[in-house]
Design a protein around this ligand. Structure first.
Ligand SMILES: O=C(O)C(=O)c1ccccc1
Length: 534
């Protein structure tokens, strides 16, 4: 499946389903008719009619995940690569609550996601049975769109609207709550697909103002986010940069970036606020394309949270809900950009010399051996942030980092991305601390035979917090404080954890061992894990 996946026409009748149906059947048929054909699921009793409908309604691929955070993280990864939503299937308030951290990441990634959440039957609610909870309250806290179906007769229409809401630009989280009786009672019929509201057009005024600013001769940073970073817009931005001398940037936690040989070079903003301030100090203006002005990830005593220097004027070409690709095309024309701009050459780094493994030598090896058109997913935090520029001249790839800062996103995200792009290798760069949140994703990768090579940076610590402890100026150094940032005692055995879930794994402690293990993993299909001791 790719972004080119053909979508059913709006109004098209749901495929191969007619005759009497229950609410769950009308739901599944409507989702399929609306172009949603993958369901990441962790169901319970209240979702059994949905589960059973999957056998009668063709076209929906069910994927079992063993924790709800895996369900929603996978839906995020799927959406980032497929450019369309998968649905999730979640069980009641507690199941939804478990899913929320990765929904937060999906929301920050502007990924379209359709959540289907079962609830107790309407008649059962008043008895406050043990699993009773405020599902709507949980859903409203994190979704852009929430609907609780009132009757089996509206389930199909509600589902079509959920997909439409999720696909609204730039991508939204839509949650449909189904009391169990709306799933099991007779429904009318599936609903046809609804037209998706296209991204808004950017006004001519915004294009003219940006063109004038670029012509002023002031040094310009163009900060981009969203579809422009992996579609036509990226090439157009490269042409604009060639004409005007502007520098292209993306934010630190950008959802998806096309990178490597053949793409215009886009510099990823640093993590530390003071590094961003220093970098932007050079510029007289900051042009935003689907992005917001940069702010510090956390606040620190005595340090700036707002990271645009006072002398740097902020201009907006396009907002996230607007068509940035079209806006950049209009801007390229207005400034008289050439037909092509500069792109990165294919000059992968050389393999590191023999020696003990470090975070930097892992990235060097990954960049050196990266296969053409791989998907690189990244939640290595301290182990990867300083080194991702090494990927700039590697083989062409898509880069998918953590977006919302909620660690535990990337093993699930890699799972969903691999499912959306089965003909591409996924290389997942993951910290050991982060991996422990959602390691069940490995089991789904094994079960679905997904082509994911996971590299665990085993530094046996919440390494970022050792830095943060200093930055927030908290007194530190004591044994008790350090015990909360340290993952030794016992040390996690990643090869055994992975093998126990059906994923072949090896440990590497030297640069040679890592290069050998990485090359071998790339040469095989199906999931592999390398514990990189750094
Ligand atoms: O340090 C943190 O507290 C934190 O949550 C985080 C998450 C991702 C990247 C960096 C820090």
């Amino acid at each position: 499946m790719s972004e080119k996946t053909s979508q059913p026409r709006a109004g098209a009748a749901p495929a191969s389903f007619s005759g009497p149906c229950n609410g769950a059947e009308s739901l599944v048929a409507t989702l399929v008719a609306s172009g949603v054909d993958v369901c990441f699921a962790n169901p319970g009793t209240s979702e059994m009619h949905f589960v059973s409908a999957l056998d009668r309604i063709p076209g929906m691929r069910p994927v079992l995940c063993l924790f709800e955070g895996v369900v929603t993280g996978a839906a995020d990864g799927y959406a980032r690569m497929a450019g369309k939503p998968a649905c999730t299937l979640l069980h009641l308030g507690p199941g939804f609550a478990n899913s929320m951290a990765n929904l937060h990441n999906a929301r920050r990634a502007q990924s379209p996601v359709v959540n289907i959440v079962g609830d107790h039957a309407t008649s059962h609610e008043r008895y406050d049975a043990p699993l009773n909870a405020n599902v709507t309250g949980f859903a409203e806290a994190i979704s852009h769109w929430v609907c609780r179906s009132r009757s089996p007769r509206t389930v199909a229409a509600d589902a079509a609207r959920a997909v439409q809401a999720a696909r609204q630009a730039p991508g939204r989280v839509a949650t449909l709550i189904l009391p169990a009786d709306t799933a099991w009672l007779p429904a009318e019929r599936p609903a046809p697909r609804l037209e998706v509201c296209p991204a808004s057009k950017v006004s001519e005024g915004a294009v003219d103002a940006a063109a004038e600013a670029l012509r002023s001769g002031r040094k310009t940073a163009i900060l981009m986010r969203g579809a422009v970073l992996h579609g036509d817009g990226l090439r157009t931005a490269g042409r604009i940069a060639a004409k005007t001398g502007a520098t292209l940037f993306c934010d630190t936690f950008t959802p998806r970036l096309r990178g490597g040989a053949g793409s215009p070079v886009v510099e990823r903003l640093a993590y530390r606020g003071k590094d961003i301030l220093r970098r932007l100090d050079d510029f007289g203006q900051l042009l935003l394309v689907g992005a917001a002005p940069p702010v510090s990830f956390f606040a620190y005593p005595g340090q700036e949270s707002w990271l645009t220097p006072p002398h740097c004027e902020i201009l907006t070409l396009s907002h996230p809900h607007e068509d940035g690709n079209e806006a950049l095309a209009a801007l390229a024309e207005a400034v008289g950009a050439p037909a092509t701009g500069a792109v990165a050459p294919f000059e992968p780094p050389v393999l590191p010399p023999p020696g003990p493994l470090t975070a930097e030598s892992v990235m060097r090896t990954v960049a050196a051996l990266l296969p053409e058109n791989a998907i690189v997913t990244d939640e290595g935090i301290t182990s990867t942030l300083p080194y991702t520029a090494l990927l700039a001249t590697a083989a062409p790839h898509d880069y998918l980092p953590l977006t919302g800062g909620s660690i535990g996103g990337i093993l699930p995200l890699s799972t969903g991305a691999a499912l959306a792009a089965p003909d591409r290798k996924v290389v997942c760069l993951e910290g050991d601390g982060s991996a422990m949140y959602t390691l069940q994703a490995l089991w789904t990768q094994a079960r679905e035979r997904l082509d994911v090579v996971t590299v665990i940076y085993a530094n046996r610590s919440y390494a970022v917090l050792n830095q943060e402890l200093r930055l927030v100026q908290a007194a530190s150094g004591g044994e008790r404080a350090r015990s909360l940032l340290d993952l030794h005692n016992p040390s996690l055995d990643w090869t055994r954890l992975a093998e126990g879930m059906g994923v072949p794994a090896v440990r590497a402690e030297t640069t040679q061992a890592f290069a050998q293990a990485f090359a071998a993993a790339l040469g095989q299909s199906g999931p592999r894990l390398i514990e990189a001791v750094v």
